[in-house]
Design a protein around this ligand. Sequence first.
Ligand SMILES: C[S@@+](CC[C@H](N)C(=O)[O-])C[C@H]1O[C@@H](n2cnc3c(N)ncnc32)[C@H](O)[C@@H]1O
Length: 296
Amino acid sequence: MQSMNHKPISARTRELLNTYGLTLKKSLGQNFLTDSHVLDKIIRAAGLSQESGVIEIGPGIGALTERLAGHAGKVVAVELDGRLVPVLKDLFQNHPHVEIIHGDALEVDLEAIIREHLQDAETLHVVANLPYYVTSPILVRLLTERYPLTNIVIMIQKEVADRLAAKPGTKDYSSLSVLVQYFAEAEEVARVPSHVFVPRPQVDSAVARLTLRSRPAVDVKNEELFFKVVRAAFAQRRKTLLNTLHANLLPKVDKAQVEEWLKEAGIDPKRRGETLDLQEFATFVQVIDQKLTALL
Ligand SMILES: C[S@@+](CC[C@H](N)C(=O)[O-])C[C@H]1O[C@@H](n2cnc3c(N)ncnc32)[C@H](O)[C@@H]1O
């Protein structure tokens, strides 16, 4: 690696951008982190050791990658912007335990990456300062595809971090809250002001840690139906659960029938979807799964 690691991180960022003549792309969410305390917090939250393998999404010009390389046994960094790939390869050329992959984190074959580069890791982590526009799809991918991850530590927009750990009945509780909490325990580990990024984003950020559960928070036989119900329940937050489920999930079933199924699951049909906890969603799914199968 070039002799960048002794410089203050903001000077490092500016110097690298100048040296390589790089302009930042807003469309790719390129807001680079320039605060070493925040980087330390991210590393601490992930709880890395030399036995850890890390997938970093969007390494940019490697500020976080550099820290990860110092704490983990293996780092695989996936960067979409082809202009940054040679820069990263240059920076980490003397670090055989850092692998730079040019690709889209939403599409790369993560299973193959784990098999080829991270097979020997005792614990597997995703650590990233995520481009904000891909936060939800990346989380959905990482969680539903069930990679053997210990945790996911991500810098995300503060509002999204609020949603990840939100409780039923609060304004932040959403289908993403249910999905994340089904697979993981979510917590916010740090608030991060916008001025620690270059360029400064419009919004404040937070570091969230998702600790993967050994099994989902509630028992669900038909997960596909579970997530369909959850999405439908939040599709029209102002409507009652009965109306939104009928309109968005079960339009061909008589509304009185849907009402009965909700009652059978012990749920008042006049409630709003956003008040249901994970167990209530699971119970309702169990009820309708049987009924829908019988109807087919
Ligand atoms: C917020 S910056 C973080 C950069 C660096 N990790 C840091 O902390 O300073 C997000 C990075 O993700 C990259 N990126 C954007 N979309 C991506 C995707 N779909 N897959 C992989 N990388 C992506 C951007 O090019 C950018 O380098």
